[in-house]
Design a protein around this ligand. Structure first.
Ligand code: GDP
Length: 198
């Protein structure tokens, strides 16, 4: 898919106020500092569409971007950053779970995972939440340029092993990405393009 336009539409702290338009929607989410803003900018070819921030955990809004005038890319707040107070964090904030549980336009979630880290409890918990809520999701491994080729394969396997240990019957599709090199861009856009045709 060629990106011909990428526009910011609106920021919300309530799922009910998200744009009513019935076009396919894809949500990007992950731990703070996982590289979400960088990935969104890399995918859309716009260096400043999503704000990369030196202060993890700062953005607490649901951001809608309209891509090619026919689908929404949604930037959800990062979860699980230790410096966010317990009250703000509440594991997965209510407005995020409200979003997933009410947003009928949502086609699937892209859950970002820092490829350098061992499987994280909070990410596995989030997969479980999505699974139990019957929301399809894709795993996106970020920052692949930071480690060697063999370690990339190992990192993917480690996550899959952790999921199998939790009795997942089916493993989600995954993509390996780098916002530095553009790795994964074509594959993810082609994947979305295909889902948009359904
Ligand atoms: P967010 O909090 O998830 O939106 O993360 P950001 O996109 O702001 O990225 C957090 C930090 O990781 C920044 O310093 C980025 O420059 C860096 N980063 C993000 N993606 C990559 C990547 O693919 N490769 C490398 N080397 N650094 C990255």
């Amino acid at each position: 898919m060629k990106i011909t336009s990428a526009k910011f539409v609106i920021s919300n702290s309530e799922a009910a106020k998200c744009p009513p338009e019935r076009i396919p929607e894809y949500a990007f989410i992950g731990r703070s500092n996982v590289g979400k803003s960088s990935l969104i900018n890399m995918l859309t070819g716009n260096k400043s569409l999503a704000k990369t921030s030196a202060k993890p955990g700062k953005t607490q809004l649901i951001n809608h971007f309209k891509i090619n005038e026919n689908w929404f890319l949604v930037d959800l707040p990062g979860y699980g950053y230790a410096k966010v107070s317990k009250k703000v964090k509440a594991t997965f904030q209510k407005f995020i779970t409200d979003y997933f549980e009410t947003r009928e336009q949502l086609v699937c979630a892209f859950v970002l995972i820092d490829i350098r880290l061992e499987p994280q409890k909070i990410d596995l918990e989030f997969f479980t939440y999505l699974g139990e809520s019957q929301i399809p999701f894709i795993m996106i491994f970020t920052k692949a340029d930071k480690i060697g080729v063999t370690k990339v394969d190992q990192a993917v396997k480690n996550y899959q092993k952790a999921m199998l240990a939790e009795n997942w019957a089916e493993l989600p599709p995954y993509f390996v990405t780098s916002s530095e090199t553009g790795r994964g861009r074509e594959e993810i856009l082609a994947y979305i393009d295909e889902l948009n045709q359904d």
